[in-house]
Design a protein around this ligand. Structure first.
Ligand code: MG
Length: 368
């Protein structure tokens, strides 16, 4: 006869069906152990935006250890959001994750992390990503599967062609042979020339990111009509994020969808972007990770907005984490790991231009 005490101590098993290899889902007595280290990404090509040029990107690589397993996370710090390896290191040093003995309590842990200090969204994302990776590893399942997404529903990713001389741009387009959608950064004097150079070598669909570079709504609208004639799919952040009325006017008149990027960070911003932009570009580093990005995508879809999952320049860690959510998005811009030469991880792959998820548990990465 089984005693009540015996029933209560029965361990629940999920994941591996083999009876000899059952992993016990139990709560360890020891708390979560966080560690982190700064890492500099080397860019294959100097990266030119409307505002700056750079050759390296600072990131912070995090790990959360628990019960013999390790969850990996990453913070990538784009200069315009004010984070750096120093601020991320300071923030992460303040966290006392050892007070938590159950990594499945992601709501509770992330609520704690969020209130330690305002901002620090990339640093917060690095905790969210590592926790999801850890939980997936404990369950032995990929995050997209735990969240209920069909991996074959991932979109194609765009591949960014940076602003450069016509010869270099042509070379970059030829190197991007494996990608089905090209992304072009506009917002300079030579915008039309860039598009014409690309159109001289390929007829692939193009997405355009202006990074707030156009200041006049009438000129912007004229340019969008011109771009539509040349096979452009949508325009990301055409005007400054503060130009709300002009942006709403532009979206109303635009023959192409407009997507909010710099104008939008977290969940409450989705409602604000509705009616001002056609859709949103969700990035883990802006919103604090997988949990909130998931909520943002669901909210945008419920409001009838267009959806896109993007990334910063980052390793396969953060890109693979974002890719877990990509079956929810119409478009993906997940090329951040493809632009660097010193990626320490292997994870999501682009096969025939499509974001291709693997069966590895968690966010699906392995260290190289
Ligand atoms: Mg953008």
């Amino acid at each position: 006869m089984i005693s009540l005490a015996g029933l209560l101590s029965t361990k629940v098993t999920i994941g591996d069906p083999s009876p000899n290899k059952k992993r016990m889902i139990r709560e360890s007595k020891k708390g979560l152990k966080l560690s982190f280290k700064p890492y500099d990404l080397q860019l294959k090509h100097a990266f030119t935006l409307a505002s700056s040029t750079r050759t390296t990107t600072p990131v912070m690589l995090t790990q959360i250890e628990y019960d013999g397993l390790t969850g990996y996370g990453e913070a990538s710090m784009p200069p315009y959001l004010g984070e750096s390896q120093t601020t991320a290191g300071n923030f992460l040093s303040q966290l006392k994750l050892d007070q938590f003995t159950d990594p499945f309590r992601i709501e509770e842990i992330l609520a704690y992390v969020d209130q330690v200090a305002p901002g620090n969204m990339a640093a917060k994302a690095s905790i969210d990503i590592a926790l999801h990776d850890l939980v997936g590893k404990i369950l032995g399942q990929p995050i997209y599967r735990i969240l209920g997404f069909s991996p074959e529903k991932t979109p194609n990713t765009s591949y960014t062609i940076g602003i450069d001389t016509p010869e270099v741009v042509k070379q970059k387009v030829l190197e991007a042979d494996a990608y089905k959608v090209l992304k072009v950064k506009l917002g300079r004097e030579n915008d039309k020339e860039m598009i014409e150079v690309i159109r001289s070598v390929t007829d692939k669909p193009i997405t355009v990111d202006v990074n707030q570079g156009w200041k006049d709504k009438n000129k912007a609208l004229e340019m969008i009509y011109w771009l539509k004639e040349r096979g452009v799919l949508f325009i990301e952040q055409p005007m400054p994020k503060t130009s709300i009325d002009d942006m709403a006017w532009l979206t109303e008149h635009s023959p192409l969808p407009t997507m909010a990027d710099e104008a939008l960070q977290r969940l409450p911003d989705v409602k604000k972007a509705n009616g001002v932009y056609s859709g949103i570009n969700v990035k883990l580093m802006k919103c604090g990770g997988i949990r909130e990005a998931h909520q943002m995508l669901l909210m945008a879809r419920s409001l009838g907005m267009r959806t896109m999952v993007g990334c910063m320049t980052e390793t396969s860690c953060a890109v693979s984490a974002a890719a877990q959510l990509s079956p929810l998005a119409e478009w993906a811009d997940l090329d951040g790991n493809l632009l660097i030469s010193n990626d320490p991880y292997k994870g999501v792959e682009i096969i025939n231009g499509k974001v291709t998820l693997n069966h590895n548990p968690g966010i699906g990465i392995v260290t190289k």
